[in-house]
Unconditional design. Structure first.
Length: 240
């Protein structure tokens, strides 16, 4: 009887040792996937670069990391469909060298600074109130090119429509500053847009728009109009 108990205890001990060994080996061989920029000597992604699907395909790779080191890399973004989707529309807040692991501070820290860096030299960003039904509804999005028009009273009587701005860039629609954010919001309502234009043009616009009667109207432009290298079809070409 005693010998049987000893054998049983020995068997249990061996089983326990084997189980813990298996757990340890499994833990050492498990891996996690992290998002990393493609390693290319001398490559640098400039501040303000916006991520789209093409950028993800060509510049972002999945880096395998041993699970045992997961805690040391917990700051890096996991390679998951949700993280890839959420990166679309984000912009780098600083210059980032190739090979860098992606983490939230590259995109989500100090978003005001990243937005301000999108303003071109000599330009100024400004917001104007506008109702969506007077701004081509949800066809206007960050990056669109628009004209701004107003209605004015003529000295001899009557009204006239007048261009206040031509071919200016929409930087934000409401609080959405990227196409990715705007698309994920699924046709959000808005009551303002933020544009950028040369400083002198903005000054003249502020003075002249104060004399306009009623609300201003945003007129959407074809982005290919006047362009020689536009991708996606000639101006006026319909979708098929």
């Amino acid at each position: 009887m005693m010998r049987s108990m000893i054998y049983a205890c020995a068997a249990l001990f061996a089983f326990g040792a084997a189980f813990y060994y298996y757990q340890d080996v499994t833990r050492m061989t498990e891996t996690v996937s992290k998002l990393r920029l493609v390693t290319e000597e001398g490559a640098v992604i400039g501040a303000g670069t916006e991520i789209d699907e093409a950028f993800l395909d060509t510049n972002v790779v999945s880096q395998i990391v041993p699970a045992a080191l997961a805690d040391e890399f917990r700051w890096a973004l996991d390679d998951t469909p949700a993280n890839r989707m959420n990166l679309v529309g984000q912009a780098f807040t600083r210059d980032v060298p190739g090979g860098t692991f992606l983490d939230r501070t590259l995109f989500f820290e100090n978003p005001e600074g990243a937005f301000a860096r999108r303003i071109r030299e000599g330009h100024r960003a400004f917001s104007i109130p506008v109702e969506s039904d007077r701004a081509v509804e949800n066809f206007i999005e960050p990056g669109s090119r628009v004209d701004v028009m107003g209605t004015f009273e003529q000295p001899a009587g009557g009204l006239e429509a007048r261009h206040l701005l031509r071919n200016v860039e929409v930087m934000a629609v409401g609080t959405f500053a990227s196409r990715g954010e705007y698309a994920r919001a699924e046709a959000p309502g808005y009551n303002s847009v933020t544009l950028q234009a040369p400083s002198d043009t903005v000054s003249a616009f502020v003075a002249e728009s104060a004399l306009a009667l009623g609300d201003l109207v945003l007129v959407l432009r074809n982005p290919c109009e006047g362009a020689t290298d536009c991708v996606g079809g000639a101006a006026g070409e319909a979708l098929r």
